[in-house]
Design a protein around this ligand. Structure first.
Ligand code: NAP
Length: 289
């Protein structure tokens, strides 16, 4: 069984990002990611710090913009618009979820320019992906694709089954695979799928993006499959401490697989690297050669 660790794949992407950043800087373009967060949100602050460290290591500028209280829809739109017109900013991420009564999707649609859409979540970005034009894709979907490729198992003629249809993961991964003319045949399952195991047992590539710890068990996996576990679930150990586990029951499933990603240390690090790659793509779109 091949353990598909994310670190080396992430490093290759980061190396290529660093080279691209140098090329951009050589022609006067300095990539800069702005992250919009609500006040008093420890999760957003933690993610912002991690983003900042990753960006700075890659030579990318980074700024965290904390929304002013009291929160308002107009304030959120103004914050995004202000950053979009700041000449140093080349890409923007707005933290999700935003607290009520803010409508994140409406604010993004109104104020975020498509060329600054680092997360590739705007209708324009989703539309391009759906039409098979890959400018950039949501980072986690891209990371899952990178790990599928890293397994070394050819796509052509194989069956890929994705469990989960969120825009940022399952649905976008399906569109990425469909855009590949030699890609696998794709099935997307969700909470209304009848007899889920009948689908997963056909999968040469099984991708779990569900959000339920250990949901995929040995009886659901075809021997010799490549299993990509996107799940990141915080669970309590018997001693009360917290740990992170995936959507796949790793110990039971791993012995059956040709390749499998660990959690943590699989999809996560590659997702961060793909985010940096998207920042570079946005800078290039804004400042074409
Ligand atoms: P999400 O938006 O909650 O989507 C979960 C999907 O799983 C939905 O499509 C849902 O179906 C489906 N599902 C739920 N229960 C199911 C069941 N019993 N049978 C079949 N399908 C079922 O979650 P997400 O944002 O895609 O994230 C999925 C997981 O990936 C989470 O653990 C999240 O933390 C993790 N994640 C990891 C990274 C990373 O970088 N490693 C990044 C993003 C997310 P319906 O559509 O029918 O509700």
């Amino acid at each position: 069984m091949n353990l598909l660790k994310g670190a080396s794949i992430a490093q290759k992407i980061r190396d290529s990002v660093a080279a691209d950043v140098e090329k951009l800087k050589a022609r006067g373009v300095h990539p800069y990611l702005a992250f919009v967060v609500p006040p008093d949100d420890p999760g957003a602050a933690y993610y912002g710090d991690a983003q900042k460290r990753a960006c700075e290591k890659a030579g990318i500028g980074h700024g965290i913009h904390v929304l002013a209280s009291p929160l308002s829809q107009a304030g959120l739109v103004a914050a995004i618009s202000g950053l979009a017109s700041d000449p140093k900013v080349t890409g923007i991420i707005v933290h999700s979820p935003m607290p009520a009564p803010l409508d994140l999707v409406a604010a993004r649609d109104r104020a975020l320019p498509p060329d600054m859409d680092v997360e590739a979540v705007l209708p324009q970005s989703c539309g391009l992906l759906a039409s098979g034009v890959i400018r950039q894709a949501p980072c986690t979907a891209s990371a899952a694709l990178e790990l599928m490729k890293a397994s070394g198992v050819p796509f052509a003629g194989r069956d890929a089954v994705i469990v989960g249809r969120s825009v940022t993961v399952g649905r976008s991964l399906a569109l990425l695979l469909l855009a590949d003319r030699k890609g696998p045949t794709v099935t997307v399952c969700h909470s209304a799928t009848a007899d889920l195991a009948a689908h997963t047992l056909r999968a040469d590539f099984l991708v779990a993006a569900i959000g339920k710890p250990g949901f995929i068990t040995a009886g659901m996996v075809k021997p010799g499959a490549v299993v990509i576990d996107v799940g990141t679930n915080a669970v309590k150990r018997p001693d009360g401490t917290e740990t992170t586990v995936g959507d796949v029951s790793f110990d039971l499933v791993a012995p059956l697989c040709a390749a499998i990603t660990p959690v943590p240390g699989g999809v996560g690090p590659v997702t961060t690297a793909c985010l940096l790659r998207n920042v570079v793509t946005c800078a290039r779109l804004l400042f074409p050669e």
